[in-house]
Design a protein around this ligand. Sequence first.
Ligand SMILES: [Zn+2]
Ligand SMILES: [Zn+2]
Ligand SMILES: [Zn+2]
Ligand SMILES: [Zn+2]
Length: 311
Amino acid sequence: MTQENCYVCENPVPEGQSFYEDHGVKVCLNCFRTTPRCKKCKFPSNALEIYPGLGAVCEFCRDAMEDTGMSCYLCSKNIPAWMSYYADYDKTVCQECFAEAKRCFLCRFPHSVESVKGLGHICEFCHDDVIGPEMDLVPFLQPIQAFLKKLRHNPPTDIKFQWVDWHLILGMQMKEPPQFKINFLDEFLHYSYPVIYLKGQFYLIKRMRRQLFLCHMAGQLAAADLCDQYGLQHLQGETPFHALARGWSHWVAYTIAGVLKYQTEQKQLSRWPEAREEEFQKFKAMSEFRKAKEIVVYGHRMLADYAKKYL
Ligand SMILES: [Zn+2]
Ligand SMILES: [Zn+2]
Ligand SMILES: [Zn+2]
Ligand SMILES: [Zn+2]
């Protein structure tokens, strides 16, 4: 029978006496009683080191924790397993860098390569993938123009864009200020569209991903067409017709998001803005068991009826 020594005092573990065993080594009962223990694994060790947010940690746990193979995308330092970190785009960012970072308004990533007045910071991942005031957006609209025709809409082709501060767009759509502070686009979308049609112009926030733009633009092109058909300047009014028309336009945006297979945007449109019209839910429920054609006939008939009654 082999006699193993105690890992702590290095004396032989007395025969017949129980001992503590972990990490492949033994510790005698005496050492086990008197040696401070690791916060993480309870191992008795004289080589404990204090880790912030974790406490005294033994050498075995330290080895396991340090070797994560993860490093910070921004400062390149190793990210130990005990430290929390931010992860997105297959990148990890350490706590320290995160604390100092300017975060992207569009996606929250903690690094900024551009600051846009009236919008916020933009990260490198969003930077090359967003639309902005210097771009000609009309060619992007072609695929949705064709689809809008199928939904029996004839939206304007001479389109005027107004790029504005997002606070202004929010103000156009909310009667009262939001209950929560808005720091990022996803929070903004809880309350507001990023594109809104008003008096012959399309107002939009200064940067957004093309996918988001296309879905919302589809809804607002439908809204513009309804304004044109029924002689309105916008759909922000209080009558049941306005509510129905807003619900319909929202359904158009939601449906086109589905056609284009923009799952993230479609999911957002099914939940946000929080104050979206009930009529949208009805059209959405219908589209689960009816063909688009039937809903189009029904939707336009309802709009015409409501216009007669309420406008
Ligand atoms: Zn011992
Ligand atoms: Zn330990
Ligand atoms: Zn870092
Ligand atoms: Zn971003």
